[in-house]
Design a binder for this molecule. Structure first.
Ligand code: PGA
Length: 258
């Protein structure tokens, strides 16, 4: 049984001062956690500051983005090797905010996935549908197509031990999370699809839900069989609420899987 994976995506927020205070508070509040995997994703320029505070902690470092090149004339970009150099463990790719604001498509995201696997970093592949697609009943086909681009390019084996975060775009930052039962159904559909390609790979995948997760609703998601963790945006920006989410997951694990 794998431990739940709780990741805080800080997006484009904070400064040296607030980020330092946030990570110090999290390290203190979460020192007793042994049944959850935890990671935080600060803005890239603060990765090294956060890493400094994580040296004696089991909280892991996550990056919010990566470039498709290892090095060269690509002004402003950050390579997977640079992230690895800073002891980053996870990298978020395919987030809807990058798909929308930076026009990143499935093929480009698949290239990022491939680079991360090559270098030994764990991709957190975000997938999910927008409101129109949800209303039209296209959720499952959208999610599968987003995954298929990767398996076509580099094979289903590449998905082994990776993280897939199902994030309905309409639920992100809206205060209206998706219903836990619907998320469970989507996760099961995705896992079954991957199992139809390769059962052993399907069993190694961690499936997170993301979209307005809070301390109040997290338990309902963790209670679902195919939800292995959560990707948290707004509620990860305050030490109290992110720590509360992790503590709830820890208690749940103690009760159900010890
Ligand atoms: P949210 O963001 O928790 O603020 O909805 C989630 C995400 O974008 O990963």
């Amino acid at each position: 049984m794998k431990h739940p994976l709780i990741v805080g995506n800080w997006k484009l927020n904070g400064n040296k001062n607030t980020i330092t205070n946030l990570i110090i508070a999290l390290v203190n509040n979460l020192s007793n956690i042994s049944k959850c995997n935890i990671a935080v994703a600060p803005p890239v320029m603060y990765l090294d500051i956060v890493r400094h505070y994580l040296l004696d902690s089991h909280i892991q470092l996550c990056a919010q983005n990566v470039d498709v090149h290892f090095s060269g004339s690509f002004t402003g970009d950050i390579s997977a090797e640079m992230l690895k150099d800073l002891h980053t463990r996870y990298v978020i790719i395919g987030h809807s905010e990058r798909r929308i604001h930076h026009k990143e498509n499935d093929v480009y995201i698949a290239k990022k996935f491939s680079i991360l696997k090559k270098i030994g970093l764990i991709p957190i592949l975000c997938i999910g549908e927008n409101k129109n697609e949800y209303d039209s009943g296209y959720t499952q086909s959208i999610c599968i197509n987003q995954i298929k681009t990767i398996t076509k390019l580099i094979g289903v084996e590449a998905l082994k031990n990776s993280v897939i975060a199902y994030e309905p775009i309409w639920a992100i930052g809206s205060g209206n999370s998706a219903s836990p039962e619907n998320v469970q159904a989507v996760h099961k559909f995705i896992r079954d699809y991957i199992a139809s390609c390769d059962v052993s790979v399907a069993n190694t995948i961690t499936m997170q839900y993301g979209g307005s997760v809070t301390p109040e609703n997290v338990i309902q998601f963790l209670n679902q069989k195919d939800i292995d963790g959560v990707l948290v945006g707004a509620a990860s920006l305050k030490a109290d609420s992110f720590a509360a989410i992790v503590q709830i997951a820890e208690k749940y694990e103690q009760l159900h899987h010890s």
